[in-house]
Design a binder for this molecule. Structure first.
Ligand code: LLP
Length: 422
């Protein structure tokens, strides 16, 4: 039996009255009946507060990793808050530019940037291109020389540290498709080539050791390696990427952005690095800002086995449980403070048994068909990794602020599902 939902998993502006949950003064069940379900509801002030924390902690140059969640409204918000934007594909770059994001604040990533994508980044005048391989460096130099431009670059380095996270999202070890390894000497060679290049303006080095990393010691260890590597080179900038873990379930504790920045800065100073330290958090800004709302369609009790609560979404709007075994909490917004004695598996509407949202969840025992069921910490890598599996339309997304909700991504329609068919 689990207690009531831990309040700290909810967005900053969460309040309760008569047991009912509101975000920024908007009643969640009311939003579900007005906009339908599944529905992703972002607390805009929460997003802005995390952006401000990142800016205060790292200073100018810190970016938001758009892969966590990007739409026009999010790009506007990030621009207004003064952060940069990390884009890792031509598509993310396009979305950023279409939202008039200031190009000089863009950081362009990707382990396999196509010629087209490199060309698009140059044409946009992106502030930084993070070079991931020798092949890319050659292509970038050729394209930049041809256009008479001098892109500012960072070298993506793999520090060779193993971190405690799912191996699908660990990126800092030797055995990685990303970047140049320090240990093999490739990183030193890449820095050398960029520095002596006529067309590249080398600013510094970049590393991203993985995502959903809780241990600040892992970051400190990686920064130590990077700082010892970078200090003698006299480079201007060291980006530590993103990766700060967030709490999804009861019992998990995560450091905040300020503590993360302090740990990183101390490790860099201890290794004698004077470069500007910057970062690009995604999850730590977006994850806890949103709650996703579903409607319960069936409640099936199998005596002696378990209870299945099926909702009107699933692995198409949140593939994280299936992909990484990620845990979530579930609760009822009509009774947010209620005890949750019912052990239940929250599943979706897709045609496979793997379609699980909460494997071992807890709910109030009176959960019933047509209830709105919510999952907190739904703001990162849910919508951005959503698919149309089983031709299920993707959810609508709202930003709520000061008692008002605005639709920032409309719900997909059946017509959207066939619009690419020729
Ligand atoms: N910078 C780089 C170069 C990255 O590759 C990433 C994430 C970030 C920054 C942002 O990391 P964050 O602060 O959000 O952890 N789909 C997975 C997460 C994959 C992260 C990939 N790279 C998930 O749902 O957990």
């Amino acid at each position: 039996m689990a207690a009531a939902l831990p309040w700290r998993l909810l967005p900053d502006s969460a309040t309760e009255a008569d047991g009912r949950l509101s975000l920024a003064g908007c009643d969640l069940e009311g939003l579900a009946s007005e906009f339908g379900t599944p529905l992703v509801v972002y607390d805009e002030d929460h997003l802005r507060a995390r952006c401000r924390e990142a800016l205060a902690a790292f200073g100018e140059g810190v970016s938001y990793a758009s892969k966590a969640f990007l739409c026009r409204a999010m790009a506007h918000l990030v621009a207004e808050e003064g952060l940069g934007l990390d884009v890792s594909t031509g598509g993310e770059l396009h979305a950023a530019l279409e939202a008039d994001f200031p190009p000089e604040r863009l950081v362009v990533h990707g382990n396999n940037k196509s010629l087209r994508e490199i060309g698009e980044a140059l044409a946009a005048g992106a502030g930084r291109i993070v070079v991931d391989s020798f092949d890319e460096m050659a292509r970038l130099e050729a394209l930049a020389a041809g256009r008479g431009v001098r892109p500012r670059v960072l070298i993506r380095v793999t520090p060779g540290v193993e971190v405690h996270t799912h191996h699908y999202v660990a990126t800092g070890g030797e055995d990685s498709k990303f970047g140049f390894t320090v240990r093999s000497g490739a990183a030193a060679e890449a820095v050398d080539r960029a520095r002596t290049s006529d067309v590249l303006d080398l600013l510094g080095v970049h590393a991203h050791i993985g995502s959903q990393v809780f241990s600040l010691d892992s970051f400190a260890e990686a920064v130590g390696v990077l700082a010892r590597f970078a200090a003698p080179l006299g480079l201007e900038e060291l980006s530590v990427g993103g990766g700060l873990g967030v709490a999804y379930v009861e019992g998990e504790r995560a450091a905040g952005i300020p503590e993360w920045a302090t740990a990183v800065r101390e490790a860099a100073e201890a290794a004698g690095l004077t470069a500007r330290i910057t970062a690009e958090p995604g999850r730590a800004i977006a994850a806890a800002a949103a709650v996703i709302l579903y409607e319960v369609g069936t409640v099936k009790e199998i005596p002696g086995v378990r209870t299945y609560v099926a909702v009107d979404g699933g692995m198409s709007d949140n593939p994280r449980p299936v992909l990484y075994g990620s845990g979530y909490e579930a609760f009822l917004p009509r009774a947010v403070r209620a005890e949750r004695p019912l052990s239940a598996r929250v599943v979706g509407k897709h045609c496979e048994s793997g379609d699980v949202l909460v494997s071992e969840g807890w709910l109030p025992s009176d959960v019933a068909v047509e209830d709105v069921l919510a999952m907190p910490v739904a703001g990162a890598y849910g919508y951005s990794m959503a698919s149309n599996y089983n031709k299920v339309p993707r959810p609508a997304v709202l930003f709520v602020h000061d008692g008002a909700a605005r639709l920032v991504i409309r719900r997909e329609t059946y017509a959207d599902l066939t619009r690419l068919d020729v």
